[in-house]
Design a protein around this ligand. Structure first.
Ligand code: SN0
Length: 314
């Protein structure tokens, strides 16, 4: 594997999830593969799971890790080509990415969308700059429009619980107090559809995601109807794609135990962090439906299978 920016970088997404399940059974089997190799983790935004699971995955493979929090610890980076850099940005991403690439064998980048301009966010300028100027394989640790490491862990988790069955998977919009990226939802749809699994997406009208990622899914505006006979309920807020970045308020969509009772005893999923009693109630999160901790644990193995594939191709 030469890079991991979206589901398109996996030859077979489902097979990659199966390999992650295998790695989990014996995490140290390839503990020498990453000897003398350095992973650089570059954060433009906060992180808990991505940061810790990437480091743990790298350690399991014998790698060393350098982490940089750009926003608090480094120079602010300019991404515009031809910019006259007479304002706040002290360094251009051209030099920064090239230097980081000379220090590291693989780079991971996290950079959320600004949620002001759809064109700008979906152009993925920062990821593209790191790909073009970093000169080493690049891993997307949540970009403006996608979060493939999360989706691979999600797919792996679904496979662990569903085996070879044909589950009904429902992605539901839920309320939030802040405008959030569409990345997790876009990516989840992309990976589930690429795996030929049955996906229903339920959200208020006007809260459609980009059809670039959802083509092939069933869209159902009635959340309770969507929940009927569901085996997996994946909860996520996203801000409007159409009225770009706008916060949609409708607390009725919060997921609770009553709604879970409509399902086929569904497993409850969320990528975390989750705001309790805004997105999902305490009762639902603390019930036997919830598999959110397993999902988060599996982030180690989704990261590890990706690092392994990249190391093997170096
Ligand atoms: C991010 C998102 O993309 O929705 C990261 C999820 C992995 N979530 C947030 O930024 C939540 C922030 C908050 O204040 O609740």
């Amino acid at each position: 594997m030469k890079q991991f920016l979206s589901a398109n970088d996996a030859d077979d997404p489902l097979q990659l999830a199966r390999e992650a399940i295998e790695i989990k059974k014996d995490p140290y089997e390839f503990s020498h593969l990453g000897e003398n190799k350095v992973l650089g983790l570059i954060f433009f935004n906060p992180s808990l799971r991505t940061r810790m699971s990437m480091v743990r995955a790298a350690y399991n493979l014998g790698m060393k890790v350098i982490t940089l929090n750009v926003t608090s610890d480094s120079w602010q980076l300019e991404t515009e080509e031809g910019a006259v850099m007479d304002k706040g940005h002290a360094e251009h991403v051209r030099e920064a990415a090239a230097v980081m690439g000379s220090y590291c064998d693989i780079l991971g980048v996290r950079s959320f969308p600004g949620l002001r301009s759809r064109e700008e966010d979906y152009a993925e300028k920062l990821i593209t700059s790191f790909r073009n100027y970093g000169n080493v394989p690049l891993i997307n640790m949540e970009s403006a429009s996608l979060h493939p490491l999360q989706s691979l862990a999600d797919l792996m988790t679904i496979k662990e619980f569903a085996g070879n069955g044909k589950p009904k998977i429902v992605l539901t919009w839920a309320p939030h107090v802040k405008s959030l990226p569409q990345s997790v939802a876009n990516s989840f749809a992309q990976w589930i559809i690429a795996s030929n699994m049955d996906l229903t997406i339920t959200h208020p009208e006007e809260m459609e995601l980009s059809s670039e990622f959802t083509a092939g899914a069933t869209i159902e505006y009635d959340q309770e109807k969507a929940f009927q006979s569901a085996d997996f309920i994946y909860v996520k807020n996203w801000s409007s794609y159409k009225d770009y970045g706008k916060l949609h308020k409708d607390s009725w969509w919060m997921v609770d135990e009553r709604k879970l009772a409509l399902t086929n005893n569904a497993r409850l999923m969320h990528c975390l962090p989750v705001r309790r009693n805004v997105v999902i109630t305490d009762g639902a999160l603390d019930s036997n439906h919830s598999i959110v901790i397993r999902q988060a644990e599996n982030r180690i193995y989704s990261a590890q299978v990706v690092l392994k594939k990249i190391l093997e191709a170096l």
